[in-house]
Design a protein. Structure first.
Length: 276
């Protein structure tokens, strides 16, 4: 009986000790306990708790052994919670505070990824017909952030994914230029439309928008009376994209029809179609 009582008491003490270690109030946790709880929460996909613990760790132990790692992992938890603005802020802060850290390339990558996600979410609020009105700045910023990662850290493990996203971003930026050009064409701002096509030809070769940029140039130059430029663009379209939707089987150009609906107002004409 005594042996059973002793065993029971020992077991009770162990349970109480375990409970006391896990039921500590946050303000009583050590730096290591904060970090361990954050890691456990991440393993359970509880990123809200993980984020809270990481922020508490940094707040209470800003110069501790786990502070820098906590800042890095906070970027990750915020991203997993779809808090892109928070992840962006944390990534930029880490880059500013620890420019020589061995894992700072991760912060550069996550900065680009956060802006990429923010831009994508913003752009998707619009319908395809409103493409010309979209602000391409988030995509352009994301492209530049990924480009900086590649230039600063050519051997980074995150470069392969960054490069794939840059290809996509470059394509979307080219499509934006074509969309703006069509917007100008519809509003009879032919020179501006032709210039947008030229911008794609000069800066976005290899993207899916090149064929549409050539078609834009053919129509805009034709309406401007610049027949030589229109013929040159048509020759390129026939040579490189013979199956384009604005070409007949004989290689003749089919107008888009965008200019046939003349909805110009006086202020629209005076502002070259920028204001309706």
């Amino acid at each position: 009986m005594r042996s059973f009582t002793q065993s029971f008491l020992i077991l009770s003490c162990l349970i109480l000790a375990a409970c006391s270690s896990t039921d500590k109030r946050p303000e009583d946790l050590s730096e290591r306990e904060f970090y361990e709880q954050a890691r456990e929460a991440m393993e359970d996909n509880n990123f809200l708790i993980a984020s809270e613990r990481l922020q508490q760790l940094e707040s209470r132990y800003p110069f501790g052994d786990y502070a820098e790692q906590a800042q890095l992992e906070l970027i990750y938890t915020q991203h997993m919670m779809s808090d892109m603005e928070g992840a962006l802020s944390s990534a930029e802060r880490f880059i500013r505070l620890h420019p020589l850290h061995e894992q700072v390339d991760y912060a550069y990558y996550m900065r680009g990824l956060s802006v990429y996600e923010l831009g994508f979410n913003f752009v998707e609020r619009y319908t395809p017909s409103e493409q010309a009105r979209r602000d391409p700045t988030p995509f352009r910023d994301a492209f530049n952030h990924f480009d900086e990662l590649l230039r600063r850290y050519p051997d980074s493990q995150y470069n392969e994914d960054a490069q794939k996203r840059m290809i996509f971003l470059r394509d979307r930026l080219a499509q934006y230029e074509v969309g703006v050009g069509r917007f100008y064409l519809k509003r009879h701002a032919y020179l501006a439309a032709a210039q947008r096509g030229e911008r794609v030809m000069l800066g976005y070769q290899g993207t899916s928008a090149v064929a549409d940029a050539l078609a834009l140039q053919i129509e805009a130059y034709g309406l401007l009376g610049q027949d030589l430029e229109a013929k040159q663009a048509l020759a390129l379209l026939n040579k490189n994209y013979p199956e384009h939707e604005q070409l007949t089987e004989e290689g003749k150009f089919i107008e888009s029809g965008l200019t046939k609906e003349d909805r110009r107002t006086l202020i629209g004409v005076m502002s070259f179609g920028l204001i309706e």
